[in-house]
Design a protein around this ligand. Structure first.
Ligand SMILES: *[C@@H]1O[C@H](CO)[C@@H](O)[C@H](O)[C@H]1NC(C)=O
Ligand SMILES: *[C@@H]1O[C@H](CO)[C@@H](O)[C@H](O)[C@H]1NC(C)=O
Length: 276
């Protein structure tokens, strides 16, 4: 009986010790804190309380997550490796893009140059066409008398006629002071004359188109009574500077007035001919 009581007592002591240990385990942090404050009391304080508590907190966290740190590190390393690979891939793509952009720039420059050349060519051609067109615009037409009326001739020699009553003179190739047309460009030119006079069997009305001093075509009219008239035309191939004018032949007579313009001299460029 006595021994049974002893055993029971022993058992109770053990239980209470276990209980204390469990309680103590739960309050471990408090114990650590107490130990810490005792440390501070023994040693002069080197850090403030907040920092001590923070460090104590992180220590506590680390204690709690300690088993996952290696896994987390491994995961982190894998992520970093992966990002490095990504960066390398991006760098490669960037380099490629830069090279492509460089090539595009070179191409663009070439295209711009070609475009420049084309516009220059077009501009030159337009200028040439414009100039050619300007050169083409050659036409004149004039009547014999500007303010007078009556007969011209007869004279003992041929004389050059000056058609003063200018209707048209685009290109100013015809000179109404001298009566001479000078070819500004090589080409095919059309000329026309008309002649008119008071009739006289002895004195016909005859004029001639002259190219560089050489007779080309004649307009001639002759009868005894009333009036006479005739006309003629010719296409001449002229070089630059060739001259064309009209002559009244010797012993011939023409008649006119500034209103009627019976006697006319006209000419125009049909088309230019290229220098060979
Ligand atoms: C085009 O003409 C301009 C001006 O005349 C000149 O400065 C330029 O060099 C020319 N470009 C080419 C490609 O010929
Ligand atoms: C031109 O002459 C012809 C005869 O040769 C005559 O019939 C005609 O009426 C004349 N014309 C003019 C405008 O005088």
């Amino acid at each position: 009986m006595k021994s049974l009581i002893c055993i029971l007592l022993l058992l109770e002591t053990c239980m209470s010790a276990v209980q204390q240990q469990v309680d103590g385990g739960l309050r471990e942090n408090e114990i650590i804190q107490q130990l810490g404050s005792e440390d501070r009391r023994q040693n002069p304080p080197q850090a403030d309380t907040v920092r001590a508590e923070t460090s104590s907190d992180s220590q506590q966290n680390c204690n709690l997550c300690f088993p996952d740190i290696h896994a987390a590190l491994r995961e982190l390393t894998a992520t970093v490796t992966e990002q490095k690979a990504n960066i390398r891939a991006l760098q490669t793509r960037l380099r490629d893009a830069e090279q492509a952009a460089e090539q595009q720039t070179v191409l663009l420059e070439e295209l711009n140059k070609k475009n420049d050349e084309m516009s220059n060519l077009t501009r030159r051609q337009v200028e040439e066409l414009r100039k050619e067109n300007r050169d083409r615009q050659i036409v004149f037409s004039a009547g014999l008398m500007q303010s007078t009326s009556g007969n011209v001739g007869p004279f003992t020699t041929d004389i050059s006629l000056t058609y003063r009553n200018v209707f048209t003179n685009i290109g100013n190739a015809y000179n109404p002071i001298t009566g001479i047309f000078t070819a500004p460009v090589k080409g095919a030119y059309m000329f026309r004359i008309s002649v008119y006079g008071t009739a006289s069997q002895a004195t016909p009305s005859t004029v001639s188109i002259i190219k560089n001093g050489e007779h080309a075509v004649i307009a001639h009219a002759q009868q005894a009574a009333n009036v006479v008239n005739s006309s003629n035309g010719v296409v001449l191939l002229l070089e630059v500077g060739d001259v064309v004018f009209v002559r009244l032949l010797a012993n011939r007579r023409i008649t006119d007035n500034s209103q009627s313009n019976h006697n006319t001299f006209s000419g125009y460029l049909l088309f230019p001919l290229r220098e060979q």
